[in-house]
Every structure is written in C-alpha cells, then in structure tokens.
Design a binder for this molecule. Structure first.
Ligand code: ACO
Length: 370
C-alpha cells in the first residue's frame, strides 16, 4: 500500500503528471512546447501550432502540407452520426449534441490505429461543432469548403460566410489559445480515461463532458450572456453589486493558475479593440467589457480570463452563442490528443484515494422494517 497523502481541495497546486506539452504560471506566462504564446500568435497559424502541440516540434513545409491535407481529407462525418444528432431534436443543447456525436463517432469508426483514429477525430470535431445546432434543428449539415484552412473552414461552417483579413486572423488566434492549456479540467479528464487504455473517442467524449461546465469551457457562453444582460458600461457596478451580494461567481473571471492576468485574455482584448476600431466609431462593446473588468480587478483583484474576451470576438463574428463552447472543443481536441498520447506513452492508471467519512458496521434492516 503506497503512503497516503492528503491533497488540497480541487487538487490545487498538486503536481499529478509530467508534461512537455504546455506550461502556464501564476505570473501570466504560457508556453506551448517551449514557445511563448505571443510568439506563436504573431508568427504561426492554427495548423502549424496544432502540429507543434501534437508532435513537439514546428513542422517543415512538407510536414505541414501533409498534416493540413489529412485534416481536410478526414472531415467527412458518417451518415449514422448525423442521423443520431438529428434525432436529438431542436431543443438539445449544442454542446450535448456534440458530446453525443463524438461518442457515436467512436461507435461507428472502424479505423484500427490510434494515429488514424486521432486524425479522424481532430478533423471531424470541428465539422460536428459547427453543425451541432443545425443538424438537431433539422437543417442540412454545412460541410467544409475545399481550399480553406482549418480556421477559415470552421468559421465558414459556423456562419455560412467566408471570412478573410483581420477577422479571420483573430478567429484563428482565439482557436490557437483554446487549443491547449496544460492540466485544465477537461485535459485531466482525458488523461484519466487514457490511463485506463480506453480509446481516443472515449477520452474525447469524457473531455467534452468536463468542458461543458460553466466553470470551464461553458464560461464563454456565460460571459457573453452576462455582457448582453449588463448591456451598458454604466450598469457594470450595479450588476456586480448584485452578483457579489448573491454570492455568485462572475463568469469570465478568475483562473486556477493565472492570478494577475491571463495572457490569452490580454491578447484577445487587443484584438477586440482593433476589430471594433476597424468597424467604425462605436466602441460601446469594448467599454462595456472594460468596465466590468476594471470593477472586478479593483474590487476583487480577479482578472478576466480567455473566455471573457473570446466571447465578444465570437459575437462580433456573428456566431450563435450556444456554439461558443463547441468551438472551444474543436480547438482543444488537439491538446486532448497530445495529452492522451503523453499519458499512454508512460502510463500508470490514475486512481487516487478518498478519505471515507461515512458510517461503518451498520446492520442490514429488512425493507419492511425501514
Ligand atoms: N467571480 C467572483 N468571485 C470569484 C471568481 C469569480 N469569477 N473567481 C474566483 N472568485 C473568488 C472565489 O469566490 C473565492 O473567494 P473566497 O476565497 O472568498 O471564497 C476566491 O476568489 C478563490 O476562488 P476559487 O473558486 O477558490 O478559485 P479556483 O482556482 O478554485 O477557481 C475558477 C477558478 C473555477 C475558474 C473560478 O475563478 C471561477 O469559477 N470563475 C468563473 C468561471 C470561469 O470564468 N471559468 C473559466 C475558466 S478559464 C477557461 O476555462 C478557459
């Protein structure tokens, strides 16, 4: 029996795995495979970054071309999966439809190697994410367009429009920020499932379940709903007074690791400001975001996180709010698969202990006597 150690609640600060994929720290640094996030945001694209996360090095031209071609070629979703999504009906939450679709895909996919399964899953997740509201609502799925890169295709499938220029550039950066974040709740979940040697579909389905919650991936939808509810910068203080007095968490703020600032939120804030500047003189959305952020920092010392500034970017791009968390999944699946592979390569079943606080030695009471 190994020595028992009591971990803090929520495993805060406990190192439970070794990783070479990414590292975030409380000073606001984030590196992917050694590269600072700003360095990648300024120089790399989505496919290059995904290759880096999965393989550990930046691709050369032929590696990048092969990786991008595989992603483009593997996007076809089996009919059975769309049929299952359709039967869920129009009232299903898109993130639930996506989780069901991912599980269904794992049931019908006959690929035999882990690498082939992962390529299929990575490519199809974005197609399913873009269609997880449309298909249950009885609309025809919108497939990828030939000749568009990953980000352009996802944005096209989400909105029906081919975006270019700065808007597309920003969307691609947001996807890169969502791609990976060391031992976040969903990646840890994926590693737990991988440690049982279940397949990547099972691990990704579990990852999606963990991602859904408002404390994790569901926060981008919650943040946008809050911004719309507050509506005007002048109403931020009153909104927060009420949230604090009700003891409610303000969605889009706070982070287990980042206590001063979230570097991804800092970059997204710059991008949002520039997107709005290019659209004209109306900067109310930016002032609204800043007013809540300022109040949260001054009154609670809690910084905005990625979800807070990703949400208004998605909003400006014309994406429906219930698709924000599915977009997160379409990007994070690459990080999940990197964690899956890292876990399996040096596997040890993840099976912690719990301290039992319940009763002992009770005597069975027949049902008639209870
Ligand atoms: N609003 C109000 N208070 C907050 C918030 C918030 N968003 N975040 C933290 N706090 C407070 C807590 O109430 C707690 O106060 P207390 O010590 O008086 O009880 C203190 O700050 C510490 O917070 P914890 O919840 O213990 O911090 P933890 O590291 O466990 O939680 C978490 C991090 C879950 C992200 C939290 O900040 C939160 O719930 N945020 C809102 C949801 C959210 O935006 N999630 C997205 C995370 S980023 C991502 O997934 C990409």
């Amino acid at each position: 029996m190994p020595v028992q150690v009591r971990a803090p609640r929520g495993l805060a600060g406990v190192i439970v795995a070794e990783t070479r994929i990414a590292k975030s720290d409380s000073d606001g640094a984030l590196v992917y495979r050694g590269y600072p996030i700003r360095e990648l945001a300024e120089n790399a694209g989505f496919e290059e970054t995904a290759y880096l996360i999965l393989n550990g090095t930046l691709p050369n031209r032929s590696q990048l071309s092969e990786f991008s071609s595989t992603l483009a070629a593997e996007g076809g979703v089996p009919y059975a999966v769309y049929e299952i999504m359709r039967r869920l009906g129009k009232d299903v939450r898109p993130i639930d439809a996506l989780r069901t679709a991912c599980s269904a895909l794992g049931s019908v996919d006959r690929r035999s190697t882990v690498a082939a399964v992962q390529a299929s899953l990575e490519a199809k997740m974005s197609v399913l994410a873009a269609n997880c509201r449309r298909v249950p609502a009885g609309e025809k799925p919108r497939g990828p367009r030939e000749g568009l890169g990953f980000a352009a295709n996802l944005l096209y499938m989400l909105t029906g429009k081919v975006h270019e220029g700065y808007d597309l550039w920003v969307f691609e950066r947001v996807l890169m920020f969502y791609m990976e974040h060391d031992l976040n709740a969903s990646s840890f979940t994926v590693r737990v499932v991988a440690s049982t040697l279940a397949d990547p579909y099972a691990a990704a389905t579990a990852g999606l379940a963990a991602l859904k919650g408002p404390l994790h991936g569901g926060a981008n939808e919650g943040a946008m709903r809050m911004l719309l509810e507050v509506g005007e910068p002048e109403k931020a203080r009153r909104y927060l007074d009420k949230a604090f007095s009700d003891g409610r968490k303000v969605i889009g703020f706070g982070h287990r690791v980042y206590k001063k600032f979230d570097p991804r939120a800092v970059l997204c804030k710059e991008y949002l400001r520039e997107m709005l500047r290019r659209r004209g003189p109306d900067d109310r959305l930016f002032r609204l975001c800043e007013s809540i952020e300022k109040e949260m920092w001054e009154r609670k010392g809690i910084p905005a996180n990625l979800d807070y500034y990703a949400a208004p970017i998605f909003y400006l791009l014309g994406i429906e709010i219930p698709l924000y968390t599915p977009i997160f999944a379409a990007a994070r699946v690459f990080g999940w698969m990197a964690h899956y592979n890292e876990q399996v390569a040096e596997n040890k079943l993840i099976r912690p202990d719990a301290e039992y606080l319940g009763a002992v030695d009770l005597r069975y009471v027949p049902i008639a006597n209870r």
